[in-house]
Design a protein around this ligand. Sequence first.
Ligand code: SAH
Length: 246
Amino acid sequence: MGKVYLTGAGPGDIELMTVKALRVVKEADVIIYDRLANPDILEEAKDGCEFVYVGKEDGRHIMPQDEINEVIYQNALKYENVVRLKGGDPFVFGRGGEEALYLQKRDIKFEIIPGITSAISAPAYAGIPVTHRGVAVSFRVVTGHESPNKKVSQIPWDNFKTDDTIVFLMGLHNLAKICKKLMEIGKNADYPVAVISRGTTKDQSVVVGTLGTIVLKAKDVPTPALIVVGKVVLLRDQLKWFEGNA
Ligand code: SAH
């Protein structure tokens, strides 16, 4: 029986992968990977390594999670070194916890290799620090997948009244509803918002606007993209460094 490495691939820029992730990729007998993991990483694998694609798009799964769990398990019965490569960090909306539980129940050994999450690194490449002295003392990373119109919400919208930074993942399709909800709880229409698409890659694009304007401005933005809400967005004017320099 093999061991499964639940591995964060980082947000896109291949150099944002950890040294440990690179080592297990080089040693892997099989790599089970997502759409969000940069496929260039697979070129680091040894000759004869198997590749299994279990693509995911924006929280809408092409292969259902149960099936992915089973694919990982079956590969662990067959191979010694199994790498489950996931975009960003495996435990940040990556369902890595579910995969680990599935393996744990079946007595398969596993290791978690954290990765650099897009939630922090895409803003960083956009020149937006998620915290900043005197501007934001904390940040939260929230699923944007759940519609803000849902009657019984798991998201504590009323807690979002402060100036802490909010990063929404998987939320582009709900952008209009998210902005509306944030204005309903009391944020002004001129409150800063950024949408960052394909962050840390050569295709990165950033749209800056406000709760009132961002929906129109970001209407053609390609996925994957995340939403940053907060006054830290204004720092981009001075801290923007990546686009055009990549
Ligand atoms: N585990 C991943 C997140 C998985 S959820 C991580 O830690 O980054 C998938 C969502 O992440 C996407 O819908 C998008 O909102 C965001 N995302 C992932 N990669 C991104 C990138 N390069 N640029 C912008 N957003 C990204």
